[in-house]
Design a protein around this ligand. Structure first.
Ligand code: ADP
Ligand code: MG
Length: 242
């Protein structure tokens, strides 16, 4: 199938009885252009699953496939996936333009093409004209927007976002969640977005996968999760039950 397919994936840390099963036999798909949120409490295995998809964590079982091909043995940098974390990890000594252009340096683009792409991405994330700003002069929200532009710049075939808004205050987070969704939809970017915040998951995603203790409990559109939660645990986690 086209897009991402996670098939019976498990991730374990340590061996034997001392080992932890962080991801337990999870299967899911993300269609081309779709935004899927992975939602669940801290420690439920969201980051482990994301890292396994990226190729940063070995699989204890199962397969990660993209556009029908098994990615086993394909190293991280050859997957053409983009990654972004809670702390966008911008290069502090590069200006905004050179941060966003980072992933373009190895592509066969003229300087003008590269500058145009950077300008277009900054416009997309609401930072038009910020090219020459120094990273330490940016607010936390602005830094995460730049990190998003940088992650989108090489046009990754899958974007993996791990709690990209969690370090921001709630008000800003809610506004940015809508803006992130708009940028992902406009660029048609196939995305997995990890969060522990159900409002954020609903604002960002076409479908939400609810995780608990390494397992995927339900995957559904936000509205369907609210109206037809598959279990008490899902309802509880969405704040529908006390
Ligand atoms: P989440 O991102 O949902 O908070 P994680 O994937 O980070 O969850 O962690 C899932 C489980 O795996 C937790 O019990 C955590 O303690 C454990 N874990 C995560 N990373 C490691 C590691 N490198 N070594 C051992 N255990 C780990
Ligand atoms: Mg995590």
């Amino acid at each position: 199938m086209a897009g991402l397919e996670v098939r019976d994936v498990s991730v374990r840390y340590g061996a034997g009885v001392a080992g932890v099963t962080a991801v337990d036999d999870v299967s899911l798909t993300v269609a081309p252009g779709e935004v899927l949120a992975l939602l669940g409490p801290s420690g439920c295995g969201k980051s482990s699953l994301l890292r396994a998809v990226a190729g940063l964590e070995p699989l204890a079982g199962g397969q990660v496939r993209y556009d029908g091909a098994d990615l086993a043995g394909l190293p991280v940098h050859k997957r053409r996936f983009g990654l972004m974390f809670q702390d966008g990890q911008l290069f502090p000594h590069r200006d905004v333009r050179r941060n966003v252009a980072y992933g373009l340096e190895t592509l066969p683009l003229t300087r003008q093409e590269r500058d145009e792409r950077v300008a277009g991405l900054l416009d997309l994330v609401g930072l038009a004209g910020y090219e020459q700003r120094a990273v330490p002069t940016l607010s936390g929200g602005e830094q995460q927007r730049v990190a998003l532009a940088r992650a989108l710049a090489p046009r990754p075939r899958l974007l993996l976002l791990d709690e990209p808004l969690s370090a921001l205050d709630r008000q800003l987070r809610e506004r940015l969640a809508g803006e992130v969704r708009a940028a992902l939809v406009e660029t048609g970017t196939t995305t997995v977005f990890v969060t522990h915040d159900h409002a954020e998951a609903s604002a960002v995603a076409d479908r939400v996968g609810v995780m608990d203790r390494g397992r995927l409990l339900q995957v559904a559109a936000p509205e369907e999760l609210r109206t037809a939660p598959a279990s008490d645990r899902v309802a509880e986690f969405l704040g529908l039950r006390a």
